[in-house]
Write a protein that binds this ligand. Structure first.
Ligand code: F6R
Length: 334
């Protein structure tokens, strides 16, 4: 199977970490008549980004179910920055290309409000705008497409969270990378799963605390295999999606079986109901001993499923023409 950038993922993460410099906190700059001070104690984190960049916000939110996160994290996947219930939030703007209209518009609004903004990008218009104001930009390693640059973006964001004392990660950062290596050893299992869902619409049941892995599988199947996927989040989806199992649609179920301890009965009950209704499902088990390692195992593993499905369908995983088209249309309409 063509693994694209996956074999460089560990290196990408390590490289991005080196790009987060502690002197970010000494930055003070004038933007639109307002002084933006990066040394302040922030009271919330806003992650803004779309698609392969925006999923970093979902992954961080997953991790906060397991870690002792000291600040609320809001994920904004929109061109409109909502009201943030905080007086001094830090905005981490993640855009692989730096040219995503929605992300740039959120950053413009954040700067108008006087919020500190840190860019995580390879450059583009976002990088240029922030640099022109003398504001911090964390560079990330290049990849074949934004979605394949995940570890660089994630590790840059994690290091920024640590710099602002939102989380204490320490050695878990390095340990987390084992999750990537472990998943890469499970390519055959991923191919088996891909062949099992081929020809069906997959319904991926994930506990709320691993929602990010669900979103990642959906996005990767959409973009790599050009394939639709439904993400059903436990327990909420047990109150709606579940009713559809008696409907006879051409779907196949995947169940991610690991969440926080309190989610256990909800996951078990779901599997019991599927069994009672003779609905076949494949369990996806996460490997790893720390929250980050487990999350990275999941995120990498589902990516491999999508690459294997692309291969099985004889689809080139890289091009995403309709997305390029809509990006151009949106940009033209600004
Ligand atoms: C993933 C992909 C898209 C982009 C999205 C935002 O590979 O191509 O999901 O991530 O269009 O673009 P960026 O990441 O450049 O801000």
């Amino acid at each position: 199977m063509r693994l694209l950038d996956y074999e460089r993922w560990v290196l990408m993460a390590r490289e991005a970490l080196l790009n987060v410099k502690p002197d970010i906190r000494t930055v003070r700059a004038q933007v639109g008549g307002k002084t933006i001070d990066y040394g302040i104690d922030v009271d919330a984190i806003v992650i803004t980004g779309m698609g392969g960049s925006g999923v970093i916000g979902d992954i961080l939110q997953d991790l906060c179910w397991y870690w002792d996160c000291r600040l609320p994290i809001y994920t904004v996947k929109h061109a409109v920055l909502p009201k943030i219930p905080a007086s001094s939030p830090l905005v981490i703007a993640i855009s692989y290309s730096g040219n995503t209209t929605e992300t740039i518009k959120c950053v413009e609004e954040a700067l108008k409000r006087g919020y500190p903004v840190i860019g995580v990008t390879t450059g583009g218009r976002l990088g240029e705008m922030l640099r022109n104001f003398g504001l911090p930009v964390v560079g990330i390693p290049r990849a074949t497409a934004p979605r394949y640059a995940l570890p660089g973006m994630l590790y840059a964001a994690l290091a920024i969270l640590e710099l602002y004392k939102a989380v204490t990660i320490g050695i878990e950062l390095e340990q987390g990378l084992r999750g990537i290596e472990e998943a890469l050893r499970d390519v055959d299992m991923a191919s088996e799963t891909a062949n099992w869902i081929k020809g069906y619409t997959p319904v991926f049941w994930v506990p709320e605390s691993r929602r990010g892995i669900g979103i990642r599988l959906k996005n990767d199947l959409n973009e790599n295999a050009k394939y639709f996927c439904i993400v059903a989040v436990i327990p909420e989806s047990s109150h709606n999606d579940l009713a559809a199992i008696t409907g006879g649609q051409n779907v196949r179920h995947l169940v991610l079986t690991e969440g926080v301890d309190a989610e256990r009965p909800f996951i078990d009950a779901l599997m019991e109901v599927l069994e009672e209704h003779n609905v076949e499902f494949k369990a996806i088990r996460l490997k790893g001993s720390t929250p980050l390692e487990t999350e990275l195992y999941g995120v990498t593993y589902v990516g491999l499923i999508s690459l294997a499905l692309a291969e099985a369908l004889n689809v080139d995983p890289v091009p995403i023409k309709p997305i390029e088209r809509i990006r151009a249309l949106i940009e033209r309409r600004q």
